[in-house]
Design a protein around this ligand. Structure first.
Ligand code: ATP
Length: 233
């Protein structure tokens, strides 16, 4: 579904991502783990066309490099950004509707809103509430819910666990799994390597802008190099 070859991202003279190759097959959940500053967010932003990059990126055989951001969304790619990026002055339900802005199938939007409320009953309870007044965990739910409103086929998730209490992280990850079980392909960027490896099919390890390890998540979680560097052993 997604094929990336030789991806480079630079900030001025600093190379943050140094020619990485990455594949995600339809229906897979793949995670990209690595320490702070390894280049995970830069990779995801490049895929979402939010940062200039060189190399090739193709989605279902079409080059992403020529697409504008709105074309990504209408072709089934949605990003849940680091920091969530919700519209804090708008109500929960208005934020969700923003996620459907590119869609023309109005009658189905209400149905999808109900699906999001089913995934996150907390959002239903707070649908009229200003999004900026939600807790961090609820804002993360909203960011994921808003992305789901575009009916994504490929969901790019950037650090969904960031800044959340363990119970909330667990809830968010359970929902990510349930989204994956409906056939949505997921590329997950996470600093919480343990959780990410536990729920993913495959994983890539990024260090200083380079991919150093990759493989089945179940194997990597047992790899001594991963256990030492990312699982605190
Ligand atoms: P984090 O978990 O902290 O977000 P990350 O693995 O996602 O880490 P990136 O945010 O992609 O890493 O950063 C990769 C490198 O690029 C780092 O050295 C970072 O300092 C640098 N970088 C990121 N954003 C910018 C920017 N806007 N301007 C300059 N350098 C940047």
């Amino acid at each position: 579904m997604l094929e990336v070859r030789g991806l480079n991202v630079s900030y001025g003279g600093i190379r943050a991502v140094k020619g990485i190759d990455l594949d995600v097959a339809e229906g897979e959940m793949v995670c990209l783990i690595g320490a702070n500053g390894a280049g995970k967010t830069s990779t995801l932003k490049a895929l979402a066309r939010l940062l200039p990059a060189t190399g090739t990126m193709s989605y279902r055989g079409q080059s992403l490099s020529e697409w504008q951001v709105h074309e990504l969304v209408s072709n089934g790619i949605a990003l849940v950004p680091e920091g969530r990026g919700i519209f804090s002055r708008l109500a929960v339900e208005e934020n969700l509707l923003m996620g459907a802005y590119s869609r023309k199938d109005r009658p189905l939007i209400q149905q999808d809103m109900e699906h999001v409320y089913h995934l996150f009953p907390r959002l239903y309870e707070r649908k009229k509430q200003q999004a900026g007044t939600l807790s961090g965990g609820e804002q993360q739910m909203l960011a994921i819910g808003r992305a789901m409103m575009s009916r994504p086929k490929l969901l790019l998730l950037d650090e969904p666990s960031m800044g959340l209490a363990p119970l909330m992280v667990q809830k968010i990850f359970e929902t990510i799994l349930s989204i994956a079980s409906t056939g949505v392909t997921i590329l997950l960027v996470e600093q919480n390597a343990k959780l990410a490896l536990e729920i993913s099919d495959r994983a890539y390890v990024l260090e200083g802008g380079l991919l150093t390890l990759s493989g089945e998540a179940g194997k990597l979680i047992k790899d001594p190099r991963v256990r030492h560097a990312y699982l605190g052993e």
